[in-house]
Design a protein around this ligand. Structure first.
Ligand SMILES: Cc1cc2nc3c(=O)[nH]c(=O)nc-3n(C[C@H](O)[C@H](O)[C@H](O)COP(=O)(O)OP(=O)(O)OC[C@H]3O[C@@H](n4cnc5c(N)ncnc54)[C@H](O)[C@@H]3O)c2cc1C
Length: 399
């Protein structure tokens, strides 16, 4: 068992770290660097994206022949954590959700022609994308196979889409959409996946849903489909493979969330550590109080546990395993530790932690979504329980 990063991965990691430190973190204190959704404003984003390209740090997760850097999941784990030391980091490297997961999916399942048309412009940073699955009640949420109501009905060489979706991240700026819709009542093969363009008629954004925390670019939108026509050539995989497409996307995409969230948790503790090193109370620095040490020590240990779960799942994915239970365990644990690390940091920074003088409040509002997105923690626990009941002691097998 060897946890050492290869020299190539470590070189990328160090360069990402230096870039974030020198070019991105200073933007966090500039009022005009924030857009209306509290994300990085377009002018700064475009300038940073040009710089990450020039530095050879663009799109680490994509193959070199398509303009990326060709890192595997272990390399991504090491580098994404460094990127999200800043709240503005991942999007500057084209490694932020939802484009990140959409690119990985299209690269895995798209035909060569589909990749040229739908994937390449996202890699090139020319368009943004969205993944369209969740529906408002009584449609699909935690149970897409059983509850999806949006339909794709075959009409000659086209599919006609009717229905409603919501919480579609990035839809406000996306041009390329990956849509999951019902094509039959088959309980396992009832869904299919399609691609469509923003300019195709027959659909609309009904509203941008206001949320608790800062928004991804393009917000989280509610969409209505009213006769959108999709040519059959824009179907991903086979008819009935919609659930498979979803699982392929979410496997790695859930884990890249964990990678980024670990970077955010570490940054929160970094801010708290800087404060307690300097601040004094009751005759000594806060860092010398045992109660403070326990809080910081516990949070640091939890971040480390999350890193081990994430790196183990990354390693399994790199071996060609779906790593379903490993990804679920990482997702549950890292979502929890993210929230706790930020909460601890706010507490240790006192009133300053609650102010907008640091990014802790931004992170705190953002972090609450971690237990919901890409599957609620309870649903992941249900999956783990099913695995344990099926596998018994083999749940913890080394194979
Ligand atoms: C910020 C944000 C961004 C998102 N982006 C996207 C996106 O880009 N594309 C997209 O398609 N979707 C997106 N979603 C939707 C997200 O995937 C869903 O919110 C998630 O799958 C849960 O579905 P739901 O909200 O319908 O919850 P519901 O299915 O209504 O469940 C509500 C709660 O019930 C509990 N629960 C459900 N099932 C079980 C069970 N079996 N056992 C125990 N408890 C259970 C859980 O606590 C769960 O949180 C986003 C959501 C958020 C908050």
């Amino acid at each position: 068992m060897d946890f050492t990063l290869s020299p190539e991965i470590d070189d990328y990691r160090r360069r990402v770290r230096a870039f974030v430190e020198e070019q991105i973190i200073p933007l966090e204190t500039k009022a005009d660097a924030y857009d209306e959704g509290e994300n990085l404003a377009p002018a700064y984003l475009e300038a940073l994206r040009a710089q990450t390209r020039a530095a050879g740090l663009w799109c680490l997760q994509m193959p070199r022949e398509r303009g990326g850097q060709g890192l595997g999941t272990i390399g991504m784990a090491a580098c994404y954590e460094e990127m999200n030391r800043s709240i503005f980091g991942p999007v500057a490297f084209n490694c932020a959700a939802p484009d990140d997961g959409n690119m990985m999916l299209l690269h895995k399942v798209g035909s060569e022609a589909q990749q040229d048309r739908w994937l390449q412009p996202i890699i090139d940073g020319k368009v943004r994308s969205a993944f369209v699955m969740t529906e408002p009640h009584p449609g699909s949420g935690s149970d897409p196979a059983g509850m999806m109501r949006t339909t794709a009905t075959r009409k000659g060489k086209k599919w006609v889409i009717e229905g409603r979706k919501w919480f579609i991240t990035g839809a406000g700026v996306a041009e390329h959409f990956i849509l999951i819709a019902r094509t039959s009542d088959d309980p396992r093969k009832g869904l299919s996946a399609f691609l469509y363009h923003r300019d195709d008629p027959g659909w609309e954004i009904v509203r941008r849903i206001p949320i608790l925390g800062p928004e991804e670019h393009g917000g989280h939108c509610e969409l209505k489909f009213n006769g959108l026509e999709i040519p059959d050539e824009n179907r991903l995989l086979e008819i009935g493979d919609g659930l498979k497409v979803t699982q392929i996307r979410l496997g790695t995409a859930r884990l890249t969330h964990c990678m980024r969230w670990l970077g955010m948790a570490k940054r929160a503790l970094e801010i708290a550590a800087d404060y307690v090193r300097e601040r004094e109370a009751f005759g000594s620095r806060l860092a010398e109080h045992e109660g403070v040490q326990w809080m910081l020590g516990e949070a640091a240990m939890e971040v480390h546990s999350g890193r081990l779960l994430t790196m183990h799942a990354a390693w399994k994915l790199e071996q060609g395993d779906f790593a379903r239970k490993e990804v679920s365990m990482a997702k549950i644990a890292v979502a929890d530790l993210l929230h706790k690390a930020i909460d601890t940091a706010i507490q240790l920074c006192g009133a300053r932690g609650y102010s907008k003088d640091t990014v802790l409040q931004w992170m705190y509002r953002y972090a609450r979504q971690a237990r919901l997105v890409d599957g609620a923690s309870e649903v992941h626990k249900m999956v783990l329980s099913r695995n344990l009941l099926d596998q018994g002691l083999d749940f913890w097998s080394w194979d």
